[in-house]
Design a binder for this molecule. Structure first.
Ligand code: ARG
Length: 490
C-alpha cells in the first residue's frame, strides 16, 4: 500500500472498511477544477513571498495544467486510497513533478483548501442557476406575450375570485423568480470571501499573503476572524462568537477560525434553492391542475407529456409533476445540511465532508427543475375556448360591481352587502349578475343605474382595474414592457 500523505506518525495502515467509509473522492472529484485553481493561486503566492522558488512554482503550475488536462480527457485515475480530491491531485502532482510538488502544501491545510474549493464551486453554481432562472423568466414572458389579451378566472381558496389577465398571473411567477435570483446573488456576495490561508484553524507563522490569493481567485477579500482594531469585524478564521461559559460571556477571537468553521454559505445557498424549488413546485401544481380534464385550461404538447403503460388514452403532464416532486429533494438537501451542522464544535470536523453531496444534489436538481419548467412553458397552449366558456361561472365580476356602488358614494361595507344579495338572487335563479334586469337590481338598491352594465361581465371587470400592479390591460401591458426590456427579449 502507498504511504498516506499524512502517514508519518502511523505504524499501521487503515483497514479497507475505514478507507472505503472515509473516502470522499467518489463525489468530491467534482471540485477538481476549483482545487487546481486554488493550488495555482497558492503556488504563485508562495513564490512571490519567497517561500518557494520561481522554478518550483513553474514546475507546479505546469504539472497542475497537465493534471487538469488529464482529468478533462478522462485519463486521470482517481484513487480511493488517496482519499479525496485534494490528496489525489497533490499526490499525482508529486508523481509527475517530484520534489517541488511537496512544497505546495506549505501554509495550507485541507481544511482551508476544501472550503476555498467549495466556495469557488458554489459561486459558479449560483451563476449557472441564475442564468437558468432568467431562461425560465423569458419563457414565461413569451408565453404571456403570446396570450396577451386572454382573461382567465383568478382563484383564492381555489374558488372563483376575480378575473385576471393570464399575463398578470404569469408575470407573478416572473417576479417570484426575480426575488429567487436576488436571494442567490445576495448569498453570493456574502459567500465571496476567501478562507485560504486560515490553514488548519489558526492561520500560520509563515509570511503568506492572503490578499494576493484572495484577489487571484476573484474573492472580495480574505475571510477575517477578528480584527482587534475594528470592533465591527467579528469574523475571520474560526468563527468568532460570544460563548456562554460558566455563566459568563467569553469572546473568542481566534483569527482565521471562522473560515473553516463556516458553512452558512451553503446553508444560505440551499435555503435560496429551497425557496426557488417551492416556487417551481407551486407553478407545477397549478399547471398540473390546469391540464386536468376538470380545468382543461392548459394543453401541454406531446413533447412535454408522457403516457401510461396500461391506459392507452392517457397523456400526463409528468415533467411538472416531477418539478413538484423534486422540490422535496431540494428541501431535504437543506435539512440534511442544517442537521449536519447543528451539533458541531467550532473549526473543522470531519462531519463537514458530508456537506458536498447535498449541495451537489440540490444544484443538479434545481437546474433540472428550472430547465424543464422553461421547456414546458415553451410547449404549452391555452385552450381559449374552454377558458372563455368557463369565465361566466362564479360571479367573478361581483367585486367590480361593489366598486361601482362605491363610485356612487355607497360605503363599501354596504355595497358588499347589496352585491351579496344580488349574487344570492343569481344563485337562486341560476343566472349571471349581468342577466339581472335593472328593475331587479334596483329592487335591491336604487343606486343601480343603467351604466351598471358597463361594469358587469369579465371583460368590463378587467377594463375597470387601474391600480398600480393590477390586472388592468394597460397596467399589465406596462409590466410586460418592463420585463421585455429587462430580460432583453426581442
Ligand atoms: N475531504 C475532506 C472534506 O471534504 C477534506 C478536509 C479533510 N481534512 C482533514 N483534516 N481530514 O471535508
Amino acid at each position: 500500500k502507498e504511504a498516506k500523505l499524512w502517514g508519518g506518525r502511523f505504524e499501521e495502515s487503515t483497514t479497507d472498511a475505514v478507507e472505503k467509509f472515509t473516502e470522499s473522492i467518489s463525489f468530491d472529484k467534482a471540485l477538481y477544477k476549483h482545487d487546481i485553481m486554488g493550488s495555482r493561486a497558492h503556488a504563485s503566492m508562495l513564490a512571490r513571498q519567497g517561500l518557494i522558488t520561481d522554478d518550483d512554482r513553474d514546475k507546479i503550475l505546469k504539472g497542475l495544467d497537465e493534471i487538469g488536462g488529464r482529468i478533462e480527457r478522462g485519463e486521470f485515475a482517481w484513487r480511493t486510497d488517496r482519499e479525496d480530491v485534494h490528496m489525489n491531485i497533490e499526490a499525482a502532482l508529486t508523481d509527475l513533478v517530484g520534489e517541488p510538488a511537496k512544497k505546495l502544501h506549505t501554509a495550507r491545510s485541507r481544511n482551508d483548501q476544501v472550503c476555498t474549493d467549495f466556495r469557488l464551486w458554489c459561486r459558479d453554481a449560483i451563476d449557472a442557476i441564475v442564468l437558468r432562472i432568467k431562461h425560465l423568466q423569458v419563457a414565461l414572458v413569451n408565453l404571456a406575450l403570446k396570450n396577451e389579451g386572454l382573461i382567465v378566472p383568478g382563484y383564492t381558496h381555489l374558488q372563483r375570485a376575480q378575473p385576471v389577465l393570464l399575463a398578470h398571473l404569469l408575470l407573478a411567477y416572473v417576479e417570484q423568480l426575480e426575488r429567487d435570483a436576488g436571494r442567490l446573488l445576495d448569498c453570493r456576495v456574502r459567500m465571496n470571501f476567501c478562507p485560504l490561508g486560515a490553514c488548519a484553524l489558526a492561520g500560520t507563522g509563515l509570511p503568506i499573503d492572503r490578499f494576493m490569493t484572495s484577489e487571484a481567485l476573484g474573492f472580495s477579500a480574505p475571510m477575517r476572524n477578528r480584527d482587534t482594531t475594528d470592533n465591527d469585524s467579528l469574523l475571520v478564521a474560526l468563527d468568532t462568537e460570544p460563548l456562554i461559559f460558566m455563566n459568563r460571556v467569553v469572546l473568542f477571537y481566534l483569527l482565521t477560525h471562522n473560515a473553516l468553521s463556516d458553512r452558512d454559505f451553503v446553508l444560505e445557498f440551499l435555503s435560496a434553492n429551497s425557496i426557488t424549488a417551492i416556487h417551481l413546485s407551486r407553478l407545477g401544481e397549478e399547471w398540473v391542475l390546469w391540464a386536468s380534464e376538470e380545468f382543461g385550461f392548459l394543453i401541454p404538447s406531446d413533447s412535454v407529456s408522457t403516457g401510461s403503460s396500461i391506459m392507452p388514452q392517457k397523456k400526463n403532464p409528468d415533467p411538472m409533476e416531477l418539478v413538484r416532486g423534486k422540490s422535496a429533494r431540494v428541501i431535504g438537501d437543506l435539512v440534511s445540511l442544517l442537521v449536519l451542522c447543528k451539533g458541531l464544535p467550532h473549526a473543522y470536523n470531519r462531519d463537514l465532508q458530508e456537506d458536498k453531496e447535498p449541495v451537489f444534489d440540490s444544484v443538479k436538481t434545481i437546474m433540472g427543475m428550472l430547465e424543464v419548467s422553461a421547456e414546458f412553458a415553451e410547449n404549452v397552449t391555452f385552450n381559449q375556448e374552454r377558458i372563455r366558456n368557463a369565465l361566466p361561472a362564479g360571479h367573478l365580476d361581483a367585486t367590480t360591481l361593489a366598486d361601482y356602488l362605491v363610485k356612487k358614494e355607497i360605503p363599501f361595507r354596504t355595497s358588499h352587502d347589496i352585491v351579496g344579495r344580488a349574487v344570492a338572487l343569481c344563485v337562486s335563479r341560476n343566472c349571471l349578475l349581468q342577466d339581472l334586469s335593472l328593475d331587479e337590481l334596483r329592487s335591491i338598491s336604487v343606486t343601480f343605474d343603467k351604466d351598471v352594465y358597463e361594469f358587469l361581465g369579465v371583460e368590463n371587470a378587467i377594463k375597470n382595474f387601474s391600480s398600480y400592479g393590477s390586472t388592468g390591460s394597460e397596467c399589465v401591458s406596462n409590466q410586460l414592457d418592463y420585463w421585455v426590456t429587462k430580460l432583453d427579449i426581442s
